[in-house]
Design a protein around this ligand. Structure first.
Ligand code: PLP
Length: 423
């Protein structure tokens, strides 16, 4: 039977048999026993499916991976130890030294540094484009050695909505996949595969978990990209480290996600812990409910801030004043997420006074949590960026990132009101 997405948040990925635990259990074991060494050997050669070492697979992780794949509408998923590890593995699975990545310049600061600096040091070049760029500007960023395009559905923290269809069309016209970080809207509010994206990543640390109890990431494969188009020999030529298997032949639509696990997770070892996967699953069970409330509360807060005379500007795609309102309606018709960015009149100092006077909302290096929280991106998550890069990423010195939680809206508004009086 196929279910709707909110039902899948609860039931997908795990169907207990007679007498099995009703809740996805934590399988806290690194290893699994087999009757013969031959059976074990077949697992190592990828001739048979099964668990043999938790770095490559674990029943708790497997259930959560299947749930997230179902939510995004993909053929498979791979949990990682963090969102950073998900971005790294998603790109390294198809880009090697000498290759090139086209990326949106309005992405999470950690991902920006990963692509701009660390990958550059690994020999992978990059060109950054504005997510709101024209088709021609995007076109101009491609090179013959471009192997993927990387963007965020809804950027952290500038809340730019990427025109996913445009990015997917241009990626495909150049024979490369579009990788989309879908952390902020979650599959409840946007499923990028429906708009042509090929690979989706998440920091599950954010809304998917929602309770700030684990750091994690996930990569999801749509199964739609044609890895046999001549640009990706890693899928069409034999992998000697697995006795010459050819991923695209042996794993078909699941070639990308299988290689991410069997090759990169084997070699890099950035797997999620079973305990974290268990906690993440608890979060996923209420994801649909929480996203609905986050969006409702954030819309009310954005409308309130827009009318407050202490506030210089408000950026929330749910506001008609947002330049991304129309794109948001197209890609996220049920709402975007709980994150708002705004500036307080009086710049950086006034922003600091406002934040220091909040009583219920906490100042944390976190976002997309069920508790309302705030952050000053220019001095924290994005502090490595130069002024020019900050400007390009749409992050001003006065910007406050407000992550609206699921508390009672009256309490949230009261807290903001009294803190704004001090700004
Ligand atoms: N992607 C986005 C959109 C994020 O906001 C973050 C972290 O804030 C990451 C990726 C990195 O995830 P993690 O902190 O889980 O490594």
């Amino acid at each position: 039977m196929s279910y709707r997405i909110d039902t899948n948040c609860i039931h997908a990925g795990y169907t207990p048999g007679n007498g099995d635990p009703r809740v996805v259990p934590i399988v806290q074991s690194t290893t699994y026993t087999y009757d013969s060494s031959e059976a074990m050997g077949d697992l190592f050669d990828l001739k048979a499916e099964g668990f043999f070492y938790t770095r490559l697979g674990n029943p708790t992780l497997d259930a959560v991976e299947k749930k997230i794949a179902a939510l995004e509408g993909g053929v498979g998923a791979l949990l990682t130890s963090s969102g950073q590890a998900a971005s790294l593995i998603a790109v390294l699975n198809i880009c090697h030294a000498g290759d090139h990545v086209v990326a949106s310049n309005a992405i999470y600061g950690g991902t920006f540094n990963l692509i701009y600096k660390t990958m550059q040091e690994m020999g992978i070049d990059s060109t950054f484009v504005a997510p709101g760029c024209s088709r021609e500007e995007l076109e101009a960023a491609f090179r013959p050695n471009t192997k993927c395009v990387f963007a965020e559905t809804l950027s952290n923290p500038s809340l730019v909505v990427t025109d996913l269809e445009l990015f997917a069309e241009e990626s495909h016209a150049h024979g490369v996949p579009l990788i989309v970080d879908n952390t902020f809207p979650t599959p409840i509010n946007c499923r990028p595969f429906e708009f042509g994206a090929d690979i989706v990543t998440h920091s599950t640390t954010k809304y998917m978990d929602g309770h700030a109890v684990q750091v994690g990431g996930v990569i999801v494969d749509s199964g739609n990209f044609d890895w046999k188009n001549g640009k990706f020999p890693m899928f069409t030529e034999p992998d000697e480290s697995y006795h010459g298997i050819v991923y695209a032949e042996q794993f078909g639509k699941a070639a990308y996600i299988t290689k991410a696990r069997t090759h990169l997770m084997r070699d890099l070892g950035a797997q999620a812990a079973p305990q974290n996967a268990f906690l993440l699953n608890l979060g996923l069970e209420t994801l649909a409910l929480r996203m609905e409330r986050h969006c409702k509360n954030a819309q009310a807060v954005a409308e309130y801030l827009e009318k407050n005379n202490k506030v210089a500007w408000v950026n929330y795609p749910g506001l008609a004043s947002s330049p991304y309102h129309e794109l948001a309606k197209k890609y996220m018709p049920n709402g975007t997420c709980g994150v708002i960015s705004f500036g307080v009149k009086g710049g950086r100092e006034a922003a600091m006074r406002f934040m220091d006077n909040l009583k219920m909302a906490s100042v944390v290096t976190h976002v997309a949590d069920l508790r309302t929280c705030v952050l000053h991106p220019a001095s924290t998550t994005h502090r490595q960026l130069t002024d020019e890069q900050l400007k390009e990423a749409g992050i001003g010195a006065d910007m406050i990132r407000l992550s609206v939680g699921i508390e009672n809206i009256a309490d949230i508004l009261e807290d903001l009101t009294q803190a704004l009086e001090h700004a």
